[in-house]
Write a protein that binds this ligand. Structure first.
Ligand SMILES: Cc1cc2nc3c(=O)[nH]c(=O)nc-3n(C[C@H](O)[C@H](O)[C@H](O)COP(=O)(O)O)c2cc1C
Length: 444
């Protein structure tokens, strides 16, 4: 045999051994409960894409992700019924024979409880993809959008701490402004509100000079422009990255804001569901008291149908590893997101659910990076879950994993569907024995 043939054979054998070794290292279905295609996509993402992404500036990587989404949108418009497009839009998730993940909440139909959190798509770039259930997404929340366009804080304003799988952001509510986003949504509304729900998250314009009555009017302006074009509106009163600090997280200021939004909503022809996005208050007596005061105001407003819990956690308050804390201290500002805030979000969801007796629909968000984490939020009282930072570290395969994983966990625990009152069934008995919630109102 010639030398060249021997070398060729050895090369092929080596490549086959490497390939076999790689496939061998893929998580097994029994270990990680992932379908083969999911483990493959997750492993390819973490082995090949993530190291490359981590070399990039976080904002550049994010812009590139949005551009890829826009490209898929264009390709979909050109080749709607091709196999890759069908696969992207309808991966093998939420198997019809498994426990049902469908729910009807706030008058809206959710085919899947998994959605995209605010901040991912501040300028409503990928709405057609969300509407079509891209990668199995059940819904999305765009924004935050403010009445006036805002450039946000000076760069750098977004950092990753890979040791803790965390993102620290001090973006400062950069967005194109309510008028421009409304124009975009209006052009898409030709198709009507068809498809999966898309909510709009609104926040006060990031300008420290807009305070008091002007701040309330600023919010009301965004609501007036955007509510008619949204399936639901989220009032973001908990952004930790504003120069003016706390604005609407004080009960009196929140009451004033909800009063104005309530009046604006009344004047609109369509009564869109409104949710309030809260911070993850500390899991202690003082934190629960603060949350209860805000919830009382929200209940009293009479029209709020849900809560989004939670926003990012202020940098100094996030529990990080020693290395992570050193990096976070060097950054010195911003809000922390990612798996380290999961427990705190769960505690805040549970206390809000208990305080309101499950009257409000809760969207659980904060550090969801596995089906187990999503399930914990649902068991604590959330009906829906949103992800952001998990996607950075786990890749798009996470969306499929959350859905198939939730079905597996429901099946394991003997539930045949994800129902609106799911948390009530699994909460400690003493909570329902009381017969009324902690705000003194009867359980529904
Ligand atoms: C870069 C970045 C920008 C964000 N911008 C917004 C925003 O504009 N409005 C908002 O309500 N939340 C915003 N968030 C918070 C997320 O919606 C979410 O509440 C938080 O990141 C926790 O979820 P996660 O751990 O899954 O990322 C942002 C988060 C990140 C990481």
């Amino acid at each position: 045999m010639s030398r060249a043939r021997i070398l060729k054979g050895a090369g092929a054998l080596g490549a086959a051994a490497l390939g076999a070794g790689y496939v061998q290292r893929l998580p097994k279905k029994e270990d990680h409960h992932l379908a083969w295609s999911q483990s493959m996509s997750t492993r390819l993402y973490s082995d090949f894409a993530l190291p490359w992404i981590l070399q990039m500036d976080p904002e550049t990587a994010h812009t590139l992700t949005l551009r890829c989404g826009e490209l898929v949108q264009v390709l979909h418009a050109m080749l709607p019924n091709t196999v890759p497009m069908q696969w992207l839009l309808k991966p093998g998730v939420a198997a019809p024979q498994g426990p049902s993940l469908q729910q009807r909440l706030m008058g809206l139909a959710f085919d899947s409880p998994v959605g995209i959190a605010a901040g991912f798509d501040k300028n409503a770039l990928l709405v057609p993809l969300y509407r079509r259930g891209f990668l199995g997404l059940g819904f999305a929340e765009i924004g935050s959008v403010s009445a006036r366009a805002a450039a946000g804080n000076a760069k750098p304003r977004c950092w990753r701490i890979p040791s803790d799988e965390v993102v620290v952001n001090a973006m400062g509510l950069n967005n194109e402004g309510a008028e421009a986003i409304a124009e975009k949504l209006r052009s898409l509304k030709v198709e009507g509100h068809q498809g999966r729900p898309v909510g709009v998250n609104i926040a006060k314009t990031h300008d420290p000079n807009i305070l008091g009555a002007a701040a309330v009017e600023d919010f009301a302006t965004s609501f007036r422009l955007l509510a008619p074009l949204a399936d639901f509106v989220v009032l973001n009163v908990s952004c930790p990255n504003t120069t003016e600090g706390k604005t609407f997280e004080e009960p009196a200021a929140l009451a004033e804001l909800l009063g104005a939004v309530g009046r604006t909503r009344k004047a609109l022809a369509e009564k869109v569901p409104v949710l309030v996005k809260l911070m993850a208050t500390a899991d202690d007596q003082a934190g629960r008291q603060t949350q209860r005061e805000l919830l009382q105001v929200i209940e009293d407003a009479g029209f709020v149908e849900g809560l989004v819990i939670s926003n990012t956690v202020k940098n100094p308050e996030a529990k990080l590893s020693k290395k992570g804390r050193e990096e976070a201290n060097a950054i010195g500002k911003g809000g922390v997101s990612g798996r380290v805030i999961h427990k705190r979000s769960v505690a805040a969801i549970r206390s809000a659910y208990q305080a309101t007796g499950g009257r409000l629909t809760i969207i659980g968000v904060g550090g969801t990076d596995s089906a187990e984490a999503a399930y914990e939020k649902i068991r604590a009282g959330a009906s829906l879950v949103e992800v952001y930072t998990g996607l950075v570290y786990k890749g798009p395969g996470l969306l499929e994993d959350l859905q198939t994983g939730l079905q597996r966990l429901l099946e394991r625990d003997g539930f045949d569907s994800l129902q609106q009152d799911f948390a009530r069934k699994v909460l400690p008995k003493w909570d329902t024995w009381l017969g009324k919630n902690l705000l003194g109102k009867k359980l529904l």
